[in-house]
Design a protein around this ligand. Structure first.
Ligand code: NI
Length: 164
């Protein structure tokens, strides 16, 4: 099973590439990602977090089916926004309130290479936007005020030094 890379790894700042091949492998690949979600007790994971710069992310939130998004595009967002406390498996131990649109419409492909459109709100919309950001090289802390981001980075570094 793959390992999840964490803050400090430059890969997390990179743009992911479009997936062009839809064979059996992509299904096995996303199954592995769901396995990691269970293992790390997460609700969303993007490929870049396991070191692969491809436009894939998976979402698994309570009371919903597991969902795979390949080559996603967010095609609509609401003006209405929500504040919600986010975390990230690549920034363990750090949480912060992030403001994002409360509704999104997303277009993506499934593992069989078929396109679909999904309208999401609540937690699902939240996780979709967080994971979509990963494909652009953006982390949730990048969406915070620079002062707040710096405070969190200092806290993260302190915590990590203690662990060593
Ligand atoms: Ni994340």
């Amino acid at each position: 099973m793959s390992r999840i890379i964490t803050l400090g790894n430059e890969l997390l700042k990179n743009q992911s590439e479009i997936v062009t091949e839809f064979d059996k492998k992509i299904g096995e690949y996303t199954e592995n990602m769901f396995g990691l979600l269970v293992r790390y007790n997460g609700i969303g994971l993007a490929s870049v977090q396991i070191g692969d710069l491809i436009q894939v992310f998976v979402v698994s939130i309570p009371k919903d089916k597991p969902r795979v998004f390949i080559n996603p595009e967010i095609i609509e967002t609401s003006l209405e926004q929500d504040v919600y406390e986010e975390g990230c498996l690549s920034i363990p131990g750090i949480n912060a309130d992030v403001t994002r649109p409360s509704y999104v419409k997303i277009q993506a492909w499934n593992t069989r290479g078929r396109p679909f459109t999904l309208q999401a709100e609540g937690l699902l919309a939240r996780v979709i936007q967080h994971e979509f950001d990963h494909l652009k090289g953006c982390l949730f802390i990048d969406r915070l005020h620079p002062d707040k981001k710096e405070r969190l980075l200092n806290l993260y570094n302190k915590k990590n030094q203690k662990g060593k």
